[in-house]
Design a protein around this ligand. Structure first.
Ligand code: FES
Ligand code: FES
Length: 173
């Protein structure tokens, strides 16, 4: 497998800290090597250095869920983790979930249920829902609401978001 290296622009390193660190991540099935400042968040690594702008920055403080991605199958807020902490991890972003020809079932359900308005929260909602379904704990509408409560939608599309997730939850697997 080929590995591509992306060099971050060098800033002024803080005293005592190395200017860059090397991190290798498997992103949507492709191994990528980055030379980045060690304090770069996973969110910024994805958006600023890998052009994977599907993952959104809302609050940048772990409060909105717009930046949710899957790391080794588990949903996390990518704004709250440093990229170097995920060395060797398998990361899936919204770009890696489906293709234009064949959407992921949750992507299709969001379209079918009109589960977005501006769409800014949608990648995070979908990645979070994928992680939640993998966790296998949500069985009811109330449980979906509770376990998706970390993903905010300023447009208030919650009713349709829950309907979309419910449809996939109830699909035979
Ligand atoms: S941008 Fe990460 S939780 Fe809001
Ligand atoms: S669709 Fe606009 S923030 Fe959710």
């Amino acid at each position: 497998m080929s590995t591509t290296t992306t060099q971050a622009p060098l800033g002024s390193p803080a005293i005592g800290l190395p200017p860059t660190a090397t991190v290798t991540l498997k992103i949507n099935g492709v191994e990528r090597q980055l030379e980045i400042a060690p304090w770069t968040t996973l969110l910024d690594a994805l958006r600023e250095y890998l052009d994977l702008t599907g993952t959104k920055k809302g609050c940048d403080h772990g409060q909105c869920g717009a930046c949710t991605v899957l790391v080794d199958g588990k949903r996390i807020n990518s704004c709250l983790t440093l990229a170097v902490m995920k060395e060797g991890a398998d990361i899936t972003t919204i770009e890696g979930l489906g293709t234009e020809e064949k959407l992921h079932p949750l992507q299709q359900a969001f379209v079918d249920h009109d589960a977005f308005q501006c769409g800014y929260c949608t990648p995070g909602q979908i990645c979070s829902a994928v992680g939640m379904l993998t966790e296998g704990k949500a069985k009811t509408t109330a449980e979906i609401r509770e376990m998706m409560s970390g993903n905010l939608c300023r447009c208030g599309a919650y009713t349709n978001i829950v309907s979309a997730i419910e449809e996939v939850l109830n699909q035979p697997r």
